[in-house]
Design a protein around this ligand. Structure first.
Ligand code: FAD
Length: 659
């Protein structure tokens, strides 16, 4: 058996973004000895990049706002495919999570009368996003870190050790969730396990490596919370940073938990399009929330031509009405630039395709003619610097060029709404972007930061309770450690490594290109079939991905390991997108352009085709993923009663309406 260092915890949280930190704080406060492990530096998680704000119906700027309106907006944004219980909990609990941040030291922007200020965002009926300029994620992470330090100081006082009950392992990557193995009769009596007790299948820890040294180690724990964020690095043009390689999605699949509705990938309408080196970097929606408008090469505010029927009553019909809304939202309808992201992204795509794009293949987003320069610099400081430094564009004087960029994945680990427990794997939990269901087919801006806080807390709470409620702790299966070590070392001895070994960087580029071109913003059957063939070929080649050198900080090796995850996740997206023959939210089929009410009740679950998790054995043509259709639970009547009947008719299937 491979000799690896082992440490024991009650709860291991994989990921130190907003979801991971909130989960860790909760687990530790429940008394669980908690470890947080993250592959980036502590404090550098993706959450830091969040700009616009945290959506929470506090009603500080418009007192008509409440959880019911937030719930309605979220369900509309997700085109009613949301796991409605999650959307309900989220809308109800988000305000408490924001106020709690304030008590922990977060410094939000204020209203004139001193309350937490809230800004407008696409799809939100009222100003709802609590924010700190356009650097909200940074403040959120800073506050959660500060809270962690406070808890560690408490532990120092009580136990003489800062890390007695809460420890951070930074720049370390988890490559496998470990589970106990089913004991044979002889082993049972040897270990004193009573005959009736069910063993096998429960989480027992994580297999990890230190990025700097390449050293392997095990964190043993009966409960693991996945909080690893998204999948954007599988696409060529993305707002996501290097960490977003779908690790948590793949770890869950490999551990036996299903992923739900992976076809729904959000393409944010406004990423930078120029210069090429920064293509995809996000231009926050606050630019439009604060008054920015979209124009095509003819100078036309084209979004008025793209308001879909389901949203017609809620959006302005003329520029004048849209402009009046900023001053008087109670008597005017909002401008269509503030439609949900999927609608705006498709509209931009259509304008560019029709030859009315900007010189570098986007459209124009203008604040310079809408706000004084000094207001732009105060309200959008990061955007001002981002364009000045990266593109030499002064956004107070000229428009930005923007276009769609892969931004967020709505699909993710199928979880229980209340407890965040992953389905089918006792001891596994998931929260934040890695978890599926909350946002349905399309996430509203600002609803991720609130999701991280609400479900991060719930995951930490239930993971700690689960760990405390166990009798004997699950035993780590030694064979799984050997297999995980061998898998991690394979790139150093890849078959045919010299001269035919595959370069992980080239494989990654080919994967990103294929996903961008074939499973991108507009999808077609033949292209997705082609994508599945390309993925199968890449998967075979990835088995020969070879790296040179040694295990000490070797980014090529790290990427070779991440490729397994990106290939798994990409196949889930392509297979589910091919299966869903309708267009809804972040999934647009050119060959099936309409939303189909009969699909509203269908969740697509992805599972590993070979449930033993042995990737080697899977058939390259059939692929690694098996799809299962599942009927969603009917929406609770009191929640349905929050909508007008005429609206429900647009979304619900016939049998649901009768019920
Ligand atoms: P993250 O913050 O990404 O954290 C993931 C963590 O997991 C990291 O610590 C990473 O190191 C770790 N990790 C990953 N894989 C492994 C592994 N194998 N082993 C160990 N550790 C691992 N949402 C909003 O609501 N409002 C906004 O204004 C907003 N603005 C955004 C702006 C940008 C530019 C982007 C890209 C996104 C924005 N979002 C916004 C979305 C939101 O920021 C993310 O969805 C959210 O931060 C995800 O948080 P998380 O805790 O799930 O994951």
């Amino acid at each position: 058996m491979a000799q690896v260092d082992r440490q024991q915890w009650d709860v291991v949280v994989v990921g130190a973004g907003g979801a991971g930190l909130r989960a860790a704080i909760e687990a530790r406060e429940q008394g669980a000895r908690t470890a947080v492990i993250c592959k980036s530096l502590f404090g550098k998680a993706h959450t830091v990049m969040a700009e616009g704000g945290i959506a929470a119906a506090m009603g500080n700027v418009n007192d008509h706002d409440n959880w019911q309106v937030h719930f309605r907006d979220t369900m509309r944004g997700g085109k009613f495919l949301n796991q409605w219980r999650m959307a309900e909990l989220h809308a109800k609990e988000a305000p408490d999570r924001v106020w709690e941040l304030e008590t922990w030291g977060a410094l939000f922007d204020r209203t004139a009368d001193g309350r937490i200020s809230q800004r407008n965002f696409g799809g939100h009926e009222y100003p709802r996003l609590a924010h700190v300029g356009d650097r909200t994620g940074l403040e959120l992470i800073r506050t959660l870190q500060q809270r962690i330090v406070a808890l560690q100081q408490e532990d120092k006082r009580e136990h003489g050790d800062y890390e007695a009950r809460l420890k951070i392992y930074q720049e370390c990557t988890v490559t496998r969730i470990l589970k106990e193995h089913s004991l044979k009769d002889g082993e049972r009596s040897e270990m004193g396990v009573p005959p009736g007790r069910r063993l096998g299948g429960r989480v027992s820890g994580t297999f990890c490596y230190e990025r700097e040294t390449g050293r392997f180690f095990i964190l043993e724990a009966p409960a693991v919370v996945l909080a690893t964020g998204g999948i954007g690095k599988s696409f060529k043009v993305t707002s996501n940073s290097w960490e977003y390689t779908g690790d948590g999605h793949a770890l869950a699949l490999l551990a036996g938990a299903p992923l739900v509705n992976m076809e729904f990938v959000q393409f944010h309408p406004t990423g930078m399009v120029w210069p090429p080196s920064v293509k995809g970097i996000l231009v926050t929606e606050s630019v439009r929330g604060d008054g920015g408008v979209l124009r095509n090469s003819e100078g036309k505010r084209f979004m008025f031509d793209y308001v879909p029927d389901v949203f017609k009553e809620k959006y302005a019909e003329s520029e004048e009405e849209g402009d009046r809304w900023y001053e008087d939202p109670d008597h005017n309808r909002r401008p269509p630039e503030l439609l949900p992201r999927d609608e705006v992204a498709r509209a931009i795509n259509a304008e560019v395709k029709a030859g009315r794009g900007s010189p570098h293949g986007g459209v124009f987003l203008d604040v310079s003619t809408r706000m004084p320069a000094e207001v732009v610099r105060r309200r959008l400081p990061s955007m001002y610097h981002q364009f000045k430094e990266l593109a030499d564009v002064d956004i107070t004087a000229e428009p930005m060029e923007v276009g769609p960029t892969c931004h967020y994945v709505m699909g993710g680990v199928a979880v229980d709404s209340d407890t965040a427990a992953a389905r089918g794997v006792p001891g596994l939990y998931a929260a934040g972007e890695v978890a599926g269901g909350m946002h349905g087919s399309n996430r509203l801006g600002g609803n991720s930061l609130s999701d991280l806080l609400v479900f991060g807390r719930r995951a930490g709470l239930h993971a700690a309770r689960y760990a405390a409620g166990l009798g004997a702790r699950p035993v780590v299966d030694a064979r799984q450690i050997d297999t995980a070590a061998a898998e991690a070392l394979r790139p150093f001895s890849a078959e045919g490594h010299e001269p035919a070994g595959e370069n992980p960087y080239s494989l990654h580029q080919e994967l990103q290109q294929a996903m961008n071109d074939l499973v991108g913003i507009i999808r077609r059957e033949a292209e997705m079939e082609q994508a599945l063939h390309t993925l199968a070929a890449l998967r075979l080649r990835a088995r020969r991905a070879g790296v040179e050198g040694h295990r000490q900080f070797n980014p090529g090796w790290h990427l070779a390991l991440d490729l397994r995850n990106m290939l798994l996740v990409s196949e889930c997206i392509a297979r589910a997108a091919l299966e869903r023959t309708e267009s809804r939210g972040g999934h647009t089929r050119e060959d099936w352009p309409a939303m189909d009410r009969t699909w509203r009740r269908v969740n697509l679950l992805c599972r590993l085709a070979d449930p033993t998790g042995g990737l080697a054995a899977t058939d390259p043509v059939r692929g690694q993923i098996a799809l299962v259709r599942e009927t969603t639970d009917p929406i609770r009547p009191d929640l349905l009663a929050l909508f007008e009947k005429e609206e429900l008719v647009k979304y619900l299937a016939e049998e649901e309406l009768y019920q």
